[in-house]
Design a protein around this ligand. Structure first.
Ligand code: UD2
Length: 348
């Protein structure tokens, strides 16, 4: 049955792909989006990639009137509107807290008067801090933040108290959060607020913890965006990517198409209510590896520069364990890294 769905942040990178999936399924889609100049460029109206079938309502998620209007007649909500730069969040503290926390609070208050059948909220792997590791005895251990001293000496990998090397393993949803940025804190608050208020008012709610999402439409000009968009934009400008640490730090790169589909599955699945899910590919890749693959896909001889420098606040490794989403939602990533990179490059 055709439904009317609101996506907050629906003109953005992930929201617009989600909108395309919903439209293809025959639903009506409304996007509430502030059209931030940092993401869309100054004075932007509607992004060229956004389907004309999306009803774009320009407005701020912190404005109760805009939110009430956006909720009119909708069956369900995907809450994706957020400020997303980890580094930027450490100095624009008021802005990030306001957009992410207050924006979510305003949406939730509006939902009390106008409940919906489903709420899906975008969270982030950033709430984990370091991922999970295994020690040489085979025990699962929580990765601890590296000390300034270790980092100053280029000791990039994590070791246990007796100096033994730890091996990164998939991070499960039950890992205790380690909130090391204002962004991570605000994402955790968004999850908790939505799940708590959803439960109190009988709105089935699910939080999705996105890992390193990439794909076409990611803002290349935004300096606070993810590493693949930064590398792509440098290569296009004839500049070598710069890699922090030794390039062997690992991340879980997940195609935006898989992320949008995971969100759709969570919306449709009754067992997903009240839960949180990792949304990744379940595969880890080093930054040096993705840099090389991207350069090859672009067809440039430019080589990345490995700086041996530490970017303040960075974790060493974090990779998703996606067993829970697989089991509950039937989620299976469809887009392999090579295919995803080729699609990204074709779009550039
Ligand atoms: C952060 C957030 C994540 C998400 C993401 C945005 C954390 C732990 N996670 O992830 O939730 O918001 O940002 O994409 O805060 N790197 C380079 N050269 C560059 C840029 C990055 O080597 O020019 C490295 C960086 O040091 C890191 C890796 O690439 O090891 C990934 O960086 P990122 O900014 O794409 O994302 P990440 O994992 O810090």
């Amino acid at each position: 049955m055709a439904k009317t769905i609101l996506i907050t942040g629906g003109a953005g990178f992930i929201g617009s792909w989600l909108a395309d999936q919903l439209l293809a399924e025959g639903h009506r889609v409304r996007a509430l989006d502030v059209m931030s100049p940092q993401v869309h460029g100054p004075g932007a109206t509607s992004p060229a990639y956004l389907s004309r079938d999306v009803e774009l309502q320009r407005g701020d998620v912190r404005d109760p009137e805009s939110v009430r209007k956006a909720l009119d007649g909708v069956d369900g909500v995907y809450h994706l509107a957020a400020a997303v730069g980890v580094g930027q969040s450490m100095y624009e503290i008021a802005g990030y807290t306001s957009i992410n926390n207050l924006g979510t609070a305003v949406l939730l208050e509006a939902l009390i008067d106008r409940p919906v059948e489903r709420l899906v909220v975008a969270s982030s792997m950033s709430i984990y801090g370091e991922g999970l590791y295994r020690d040489p005895d085979g025990q699962r251990v929580t990765g601890q933040r590296r000390s300034r001293g270790q980092l100053a000496h280029g000791m990039w990998e994590l070791h246990d108290a007796t100096g033994r090397l730890l091996e990164p393993i998939g991070t499960t949803e039950d890992k205790t959060p380690d909130l090391s940025s204002v962004y991570a804190l605000s994402k955790y608050d968004q999850e908790r607020l939505c799940l708590m208020v959803g439960e109190a008012y009988g709105i089935p709610t699910t939080a999705m913890r996105f890992f390193n999402v990439y794909g076409p439409r990611q803002a290349l000009s935004n300096p606070y965006t993810g590493v693949l968009a930064i590398f792509a934009s440098r290569l296009l400008n004839g500049r070598s990517p710069t890699i922090f640490e030794d390039g062997l730090q690992r991340r879980d790169f997940v195609s935006v198409h898989d992320v949008a589909r995971a969100c759709r599955l969570a919306y449709d699945h009754p067992d997903a209510a009240g839960k949180v899910y990792n949304v990744g590919s379940g595969q880890s890749h080093t930054i040096a590896d993705i840099s090389q693959r991207l350069a090859a896909a672009v067809g440039t001889p430019l080589e990345a520069e490995i700086t041996g420098k530490y970017r303040v606040g960075d974790i060493r490794h974090c990779v998703a364990d996606i067993s829970l989403a697989r089991r509950d939602l039937g989620y299976e990533p469809n887009v392999g890294l090579q295919q995803g990179l080729e699609e990204l490059v074709a779009w550039l």
